[in-house]
Design a protein. Structure first.
Length: 311
């Protein structure tokens, strides 16, 4: 009963997301309870594993004992429905343990246009990102639109990854788990005939000749309100210094073209070796339930036939 109730609740509460999601979408007490008990990662927490192991040991012993008694039964119909049902539950528990022990996860942050190579060699590109909010400003949904290619051939042209709506790519499942807003700095070299723009995200570093430029931070200006400037750490043969620049300023031989917010999506790739075993267990559980129900109906029918009819 405990595993059924908690497992059902865990499917209703999005799993594995950034804490900010729970703090934004649930009352403070509920969000704190979810995070402190690790209920946002229920199936890998002690809340699930400890009862599941005890349940597995108890169920295995009971199933083996009952199945042996049914095989030895010499009178009456043999009923194997409950045994198949229990076997399915055992497989389900094994599948959960395999998933826990062999589960592989990877996390990446992407801006629109960024690409990342998946473990199997496929290339994932973020085509678009949408951040939807409710009228009161609370997060409603994060939607990452991606493209998947392999060896220069497009495997998936466009597909959306949303909270609780992962994308299956081969043996991987890609989940939408987080979102943040960073700052993008656009620099331009006036001497470059092609007019190429250099894109830097906060934390990036570039080298111009013998000088290194590191995009450290963003500062808000007091006047005019709402305007920002970037803080850049410059280091080279002449020493190091901190440069503060805004739109139109020069940094070495580069001109600050624009400073703008940049949406960063967080995607998690998961490989779960136990998922096939879990699906097989559901087949046995369903078959066991059907057989148990049919066997009971058959016994009831026989009982009614044996009962004396009223005159």
């Amino acid at each position: 009963m405990y595993l059924t109730i908690t497992g059902t609740l865990a499917t209703l509460i999005p799993q594995g997301l950034d804490p900010v999601y729970y703090n934004s979408n649930y009352p403070k007490f509920v969000a704190t309870l979810i995070l402190e008990t690790h209920f946002h990662r229920f199936f890998t927490s002690i809340l699930f594993l400890a009862p599941a192991i005890l349940f597995f040991i108890n169920l295995t012993l009971c199933t083996a004992d009952r199945f042996w008694k049914e095989l030895k039964k010499k009178r009456g119909a043999k009923r194997f429905g409950p045994d198949i049902l229990h076997f399915g539950l055992i497989l389900l528990t094994i599948g959960a343990i395999v998933s826990f022990s062999g589960r592989q996860e990877g996390y990446v942050e992407l801006a629109v246009g960024d690409k990342v190579e998946l473990p199997d060699g496929k290339l994932l590109k973020l085509v678009d990102f949408k951040y939807l909010v409710y009228p009161d400003g609370r997060p409603q949904d994060w939607i990452s639109t991606v493209q998947v290619t392999e060896g220069g051939k497009t495997i998936i042209e466009k597909a959306d990854i949303r909270v609780n709506h992962p994308l299956q790519v081969g043996g991987l499942k890609l989940y939408q788990v987080s979102h943040k807003v960073s700052t993008e700095l656009l620099l331009q070299d006036p001497q470059d005939p092609a007019g190429k723009t250099i894109h830097l995200v906060q934390g990036d570093r570039i080298t111009r000749g013998s000088t290194s430029l590191f995009f450290m931070a963003v500062e808000k200006k007091t006047q005019p309100a709402g305007e920002v400037r970037v803080v850049i750490h410059s280091s080279g043969p002449t020493g190091t210094r901190v440069v503060r620049a805004e739109k139109g300023d020069r940094v070495l031989d580069l001109t600050v073209q624009e400073i703008r917010p940049l949406d960063i999506t967080g995607l998690e790739a998961v490989r779960d070796p136990g998922i096939t075993l879990v699906f097989v267990s559901f087949i046995f559980i369903t078959l066991g339930l059907v057989m148990t129900f049919a066997e009971r109906l058959k016994n009831l029918s026989k009982t009614e036939k044996r009962s004396p009819k009223p005159r």
